[in-house]
Design a protein. Structure first.
Length: 178
């Protein structure tokens, strides 16, 4: 029986989670300090999510575009936030009535209602929630949408597309957890 020989571009390293050897392809020239088996990484990530100390804020994401809701949800959950999503103004208000959100991210253009209605309602029913208004549009009825959102009570306004790192900075800046 012959022992397979290691290629020159392979290195032996140890999984930082379980301590077992990993044979890794090092052709990229990278020098990672935290190398893990995929299963170990996923297990560690779930432990972080389940840890009460990791939960930094309760966030509600309101957007009719499923891709945006999912992107923001996954990104913020990976940072330890508890995230709930809603696709309509009515759903958003129902979710906010049953939770006490720290931050609500609201798209200004929603089916069956508007983000402006959500912001005004939140200021009455959930005055401690911090609000981030987002939109890809510019004006509505002759008024600049994000300026109107700010006047209605939004704490932060962002124009789409909003990169995930920017939404993290905005949420954690409002929470004071950056």
């Amino acid at each position: 029986m012959s022992i397979p020989r290691k290629r020159d571009d392979e290195t032996d390293t140890v999984c930082t989670a379980c301590g077992q050897e990993i044979r890794a392809d090092d052709s990229s020239g990278g020098t990672g300090t935290h190398v893990m088996h995929l299963d170990c990484y996923l297990s560690e990530r779930e432990k972080r999510r389940a840890s009460p100390s990791a939960r930094r804020g309760i966030v509600v994401v309101v957007d009719d575009e499923v891709a945006i809701r999912m992107l923001f949800q996954v990104t913020l959950e990976e940072r330890g936030h508890v995230v709930t999503t809603a696709a309509t103004a009515a759903d958003a208000l129902a979710v906010c009535a049953t939770t006490t959100p720290d931050v609500v991210i609201v798209d200004m253009f929603l089916p069956e209602g508007s983000g402006l209605e959500v912001i005004k309602a939140l200021r009455r029913t959930c005055p401690t929630a911090r609000i981030i208004a987002i939109t890809g549009g510019g004006t509505w009825g002759g008024f600049e949408v994000l300026a109107t959102a700010k006047e209605a009570g939004a704490d932060v306004t962002l124009r789409k597309p909003v990169p995930s790192n920017v939404i993290v900075e905005a949420v954690e800046g409002l929470l004071g957890t950056r």
